[in-house]
Design a protein around this ligand. Structure first.
Ligand code: ADP
Ligand code: MG
Length: 367
C-alpha cells in the first residue's frame, strides 16, 4: 500500500473519478473525485467490492473477460446510487494497468454525467433566459407607466372626437387616434409578455388531469378559428395525473396552438393535438428521486407553413420571430415553463408541410 501513496496524491489531482481494482474486483484505490461524486470516503470502500458500495449490477467477470480481448471497456450513462441513495449516471472507462510484469490491476475512470444527461443542450437555453430576464423586468416596468398614460388619453380624445363627428379634421384625427390606440395595444401586449417572461418561475403545482387541462386551454381559441382550420383532439385515456402549475401550463398549450393556427392562417389545415404516455426511450432518472422516470407527452401537429431548417435551431430564442407583429417570446416562455416542470420540448418541421412540437412532462408521484 505504501508505494501507492505518491501515486494516490497524483490521482487526487485528477478531475475524474479514479478507481483501481484488483483482478478479483476489490477496490485498492479511490481518489478524491470519487469521494466527491459518491460521498463515500476512501477508508470506507477500500478492499470492498464496487457492487457492495454503488449498487452496480454488472458482473465483474464480464468486464475482466472483455479486457482480455479489448484494450478498454467503455460504459456510458451507467446508473449507480451514491451514499445517500441518490441516483447518478456515470461514464466509465475500464482498462488494464500493469504495475509490474506479473501484477495486473484494473483501472477505472469515472465521469459524473448526471447533469449533462438530464439537461443536455437545454441548459444553455436556460442560462440565456435567466441572464436577460432581470434586465427585461425593469425595462418593461419603465415603459408600462407612460404607455398607460398614452392609452388613457388616446381613448379619452377618441371619445371626444366621436361625439363631434362633423368636420373633416375630426375624421382625420379620429383615424390617427385609432392607429395610436391599436399600436399602443400592441405595445401593451408586448410588455405583458415581457413581464410574464421575466417573472420568477414560482410554480404552484397540483394534481391535474392533463386531457382536461389541454381541452380547457384550447377552448378559448374559437376566435382564431376560421372555416379553413380544424382542431382535432386525440387524447389517450390511460395517462395518469400530472403535477403541474395549471395556469402556467395553460399558457404553454395556448402559445403552441396559437403558433400553429397562425402558421395555417393562409392555407388552412388541421391542428391535431395528442396526449400519450411517452415511449420508454424517453425514460430518465428522476431528479430529487420523485416520480418514476416516465414522461407524458403532449404533441401539437399542424399543417402550416413549417419552419425552414435554417431557423429551426433559433425558434426557442427569446425575441426570435418571423412575424411582423410577433414578440418572439411565446416559445421561449413556454420552454422555460416546461423546464421548470422538469420536462422538455422537441420540435420537428418541414417547410411547406407543417410542424410538430412535443411537450414532455414528468409523471411525478403525489406529494
Ligand atoms: P412569435 O409567435 O411571437 O413569433 P414564438 O416564440 O411563439 O414567437 O415563435 C417564434 C417563431 O417560431 C415564429 O415567429 C415562427 O417563425 C416559428 N414558429 C413557431 N411555431 C411555429 C409553427 N407551428 N409553424 C411555423 N412556424 C412556427
Ligand atoms: Mg407565438
Amino acid at each position: 500500500m505504501k508505494e501507492l501513496s505518491p501515486l494516490s496524491s497524483f490521482l487526487n489531482q485528477v478531475p475524474l473519478g479514479v478507481v483501481i481494482f484488483t483482478r478479483q474486483g476489490k477496490i485498492m484505490c479511490w481518489n478524491q473525485e470519487m469521494e466527491l461524486i459518491t460521498s463515500w470516503e476512501k477508508r470506507e470502500v477500500i478492499k470492498k467490492r464496487v457492487e457492495e458500495i454503488l449498487g452496480f449490477d454488472f458482473s465483474w467477470e464480464e468486464i475482466r473477460k472483455s479486457l482480455e480481448f479489448e484494450e478498454k471497456v467503455f460504459i456510458r450513462n451507467w446508473p449507480i446510487k451514491d451514499r445517500w441513495g441518490e441516483e447518478l449516471l456515470l461514464n466509465l472507462r475500464f482498462f488494464l494497468w500493469r504495475k509490474q510484469e506479473n501484477k495486473i490491476n484494473i483501472m477505472c475512470l469515472a465521469e459524473d454525467v448526471t447533469q449533462k444527461a438530464r439537461w443536455g443542450e437545454n441548459i444553455r437555453q436556460m442560462e440565456k433566459l435567466s441572464s436577460i430576464s432581470r434586465f427585461i423586468a425593469s425595462v418593461a416596468h419603465e415603459i408600462n407607466n407612460p404607455l398607460t398614460v398614452i392609452s388613457g388619453y388616446t381613448q379619452m380624445l377618441l371619445q371626444k372626437v366621436k361625439e363631434s363627428n362633423e368636420c373633416e379634421i375630426c375624421e382625420i384625427t379620429r383615424r390617427g387616434l385609432e392607429k395610436i390606440e391599436k399600436e399602443a395595444e400592441y405595445c401593451g401586449r408586448l410588455i405583458q409578455e415581457l413581464v410574464d417572461f421575466s417573472k420568477p418561475m414560482v410554480l404552484s403545482k397540483e394534481n391535474v388531469d392533463l386531457n382536461f387541462l389541454v381541452r380547457e386551454s384550447l377552448s378559448v381559441l374559437d376566435v382564431l378559428m376560421n372555416d379553413k382550420i380544424r382542431l382535432e383532439l386525440n387524447f389517450s385515456n390511460d395517462i395518469p395525473f400530472v403535477r403541474v402549475d395549471k395556469s402556467r401550463m395553460r399558457q404553454v398549450f395556448l402559445n403552441l396552438a396559437k403558433n400553429a393556427l397562425e402558421a395555417m392562417k393562409e392555407k388552412g389545415g388541421t391542428l391535431q393535438v395528442y396526449t400519450r404516455l411517452a415511449p420508454l426511450e424517453k425514460f430518465s432518472f428522476p431528479e430529487n428521486g420523485t416520480g418514476n422516470g416516465r414522461f407524458i407527452e403532449v404533441e401539437f401537429i399542424d399543417e402550416g407553413k413549417g419552419i425552414p431548417e435554417k431557423i429551426l435551431p433559433r425558434v426557442f430564442e427569446p425575441f426570435f420571430t418571423t412575424k411582423e407583429k410577433g414578440t418572439g417570446l411565446g416559445l421561449s416562455i413556454s420552454y422555460s415553463i416546461v423546464r421548470a416542470h422538469k420536462g422538455w420540448m422537441e420540435v420537428t418541421s418541414r417547410e411547406g408541410e407543417g410542424t410538430r412540437i412535443k411537450v414532455f412532462l414528468p409523471q411525478e408521484g403525489e406529494e
